[in-house]
Design a binder for this molecule. Structure first.
Ligand SMILES: Nc1ncnc2c1ncn2[C@@H]1O[C@H](COP(=O)(O)OP(=O)(O)OP(=O)(O)O)[C@@H](O)[C@H]1O
Ligand SMILES: [Mg+2]
Length: 328
């Protein structure tokens, strides 16, 4: 398990201190794929770099399997970092080395015997789907292929954890999809715990089980992807996950607006006709969306209603149908 307790990180710059992490508390369980989202500058990269102590926090504890890394010296840290692989948006491959030698690099550093290292490299290259490209240099590969090399290299030391900082942000949607499938596969086959930092909501939707929303160096919200994506509580999570809903709320000057969230696609159509037939009230749909997360469909509609009395009646009707309804 990865656990962050009261993590604080302030950068001192000429223009003054920047509080990148204010008081971060987070638990990432073994075997899960955990997402971290947030606006640019929220502190995501700083957070993930604190997990393997590439960045040393000013206060707080970083516990990996119960051991606090902040007390460890460099030798012990190097040992622990072998257990924590990392991949980046920019791939960070060694340009002078071919695919095979890039993947072999961490094994050379840890002094693994040649025959054993070469077998391992071949297995990893096969795993990431690059068999036949062993002798290619990074400049001869596509972005997706480079990221496959980076993944193979990160897995060379059999890490228990894999940290991915915007690993698919430089890739087109199709290539992103194939890299996400590969990560999912690695999680399933080897039980590697994966932390995914991203600004792309669909990345979280497609592979993560839980997600934390980081805002200004603090965790604004954390929960299952189903919960957080279906019903974001914090303003920042709403802005990130449902930007069009926020826009619809702000741009429509109606006095009475109701946001009805539903769980299961069929309800959306029927609730509007129920309101019309049972209550004789006609509403205007200002916004509607639905998402399928882990096989369940969640969604919401934003309704403009004529007056306060109508709003009360609609609320009672929706509650009777077990729908969550809120005035916005
Ligand atoms: N080495 C550094 N020195 C000074 N300030 C830094 C340093 N690294 C990060 N920061 C600042 O800390 C804040 C958080 O940066 P961080 O890179 O963690 O954000 P991020 O959420 O990863 O953003 P992005 O989505 O753009 O990658 C920013 O204000 C950034 O300018
Ligand atoms: Mg970043």
């Amino acid at each position: 398990m990865i656990e962050l307790r009261g993590v604080v990180k302030t950068f001192k710059t000429k223009a003054g201190p920047i509080e990148a992490l204010k008081d971060v508390n987070l638990k990432i369980e073994d075997g899960e794929i955990f997402g971290i989202i947030g606006l640019s500058g929220a502190g995501k990269s700083t957070l993930v770099r604190c997990v393997n102590l590439l960045e040393r926090p000013d206060a707080g504890e970083i516990l990996i399997d119960g051991e606090d890394l902040t007390g460890f010296g460099n030798k012990k840290l190097r040992e622990i970092r072998r257990n924590i692989g990392m991949i980046f948006q920019s791939f960070n491959l060694l340009e002078q080395r071919n695919v095979f030698d890039n993947v072999k690099f961490p094994l050379e550093i840890s002094g693994v015997k040649k025959a054993e290292a070469e077998k391992k490299v071949n297995d990893l290259i096969e795993l990431v789907g690059l068999k036949g490209r062993e002798r290619s240099y990074p400049s001869q590969l596509s972005g997706g292929q480079k990221q496959r090399v980076a993944i193979a290299r990160a897995l060379a030391t059999d890490p228990k954890y894999l940290l991915c900082d915007e690993a698919t942000s430089a890739l087109d949607p199709t290539t992103t999809g194939s890299i996400l499938e590969l990560l999912k596969d690695i999680n399933r086959k080897f039980g590697v715990t994966i932390v995914v930092i991203t600004h792309e909501m669909r990345v979280v939707e497609s592979i993560c089980s839980r997600v934390a929303v980081l805002s200004d160096g603090e965790i604004a919200e954390c929960g299952s992807v189903g919960e957080v994506f279906y019903n974001p509580e914090s303003a920042i999570a709403r802005e990130l996950i449902l930007p069009n809903l926020v826009k619809a709320i702000n741009e429509n000057p109606y006095e009475y607006k109701l946001r009805v969230t539903f769980n299961g696609a069929a309800l959306k159509e029927s609730i509007i006709s129920l309101i019309a037939v049972r209550l004789g009230i006609s509403v205007k749909v200002l916004y509607s969306d639905e998402k399928t997360v882990n096989g369940r469909t969640f969604g919401q509609i934003l309704l403009a209603v004529p007056d306060g009395a109508a709003a009360e009646k609609i609320k009672a009707l929706c509650e009777g149908e077990n729908l969550t309804v809120k005035e916005v």
